[in-house]
Design a protein around this ligand. Sequence first.
Ligand code: PHE
Length: 465
Amino acid sequence: MQERGQWGSRLGFILASAGSAVGLGNLWKFPYLAHQNHGGAFVLVYLGAVLLVGFPIMVAEIVMGRRARRNPVGSFALLATGRPGGKAWTAVGFLGVVTGFIILSYYSVVAGWTFHYIVLSLRGELGALASEPGALQVYFGQIFLGDGVQQAGYHLAFMAVTVGAVYFGVKGGIERVSLVLMPALFAILLALVIYAMTTSGFRPALAFLFRPSFAELQPSAILAAVGQAFFSLSLGMGCMLTYGSYMKREDSIPRSVLEICCLDTLVGVLACVVMFSIVFTFDLKVTQSATILFTTLPTLLVQLPLGDLANGLFFVLVAFAALTSTVSMLEVVSSYAIDELGWSRRRATLTMGVAIAVFGLLSALSLGGVPALSRVNLFGRSSTAGVFSSLDYLAANWLLPVGGLLIALFVGWFLDPRDTRDELETGRARLGRSFGLLRFVLRFVSPLAVGAILFSIIFLGREYQ
Ligand code: PHE
């Protein structure tokens, strides 16, 4: 077997993992959910979900990955040998690889839109579209989404860039890309926050986000918060497990997980600050549609001084965030092919990348380009019409929570606690009593919380997207 890659530095690992976590989930989904669930109280519940579900499950994934030094399938195969359930656990790893394949296939379609918007702002056309009321909505919904050639083209372009980054390996590709893109992303976001501070909507935005009103908190908001924590922290499909498998033994897992969770949450909260400042400045009605990032925001950014520049920068930010996430999904699938099928990295990334890109064409063309694909509905709900929406529903509502639940159960109940502790206390970390607390959360609290979500989806028909 070829030598396994490793991160060049701890910072590289942190930025790559934070890069995986920070993505479309933070920039679009989180602000939208925060708005729908009345702000303050939701943000607080989300923080609770990150702490009680996100943090422990990320620890569990990284412990597994670093212990086994394999992809999700190989890690389960190795760690489950001789334990209850035995090799059947490899199915959980396989589920993760399949989930990565599916999410990447449609995520890259949305990510591709950012390329189109960057092209539009470079040509100066975005400003023109955005300054005429309603023009961008019409352009986006009726022209761009339905243009199969463009949808396919931008999706393939985004996949090509993703393959390009993963092709060069853990250190030479993923880490190098993250070391440049993540600081750039933070800088752009900071610039936008400073920009937002000058608007009249800034104070109301802060009040909305940080003044909890529990009277308005619905039970569904709690489910929404937990589901969002999974998606946003890239948990439940072995993504953090895979990144953890390249982590050095000396580096502390709890500390790294804390940093990744904080960075991801910070980006989500700052994205909210920016968007709500704009929303309140222009007294905007936020619609429930997935297109808010692409239709409403440019309309508003263009009204600000230097609007064209703000728009261009903003979509570069979104593209960066999406790229470091797509890279992590492809890495899960590729590492499986490398470890389990014995392929070379080049063969794995190219073959899997092409397979995912081709499969993703179904999603790209289901947005209006090919009517037959828009009619496919795997779940029969109005919100799941079309290949794209069906796959998103499948992945976010089922595959990630089920995967996360099983990972928590495996590490909490079946992995030898001495192994877990040993893995957590490498480097200089000494956990003392907090190990017991972490283990308790992993055995009971996280599985119960996730179980409650699945129960509510199955029996109460609730969606949390
Ligand atoms: N966390 C990413 C985001 O917020 C999405 C993602 C999910 C990435 C699962 C990898 C694995 O956009």
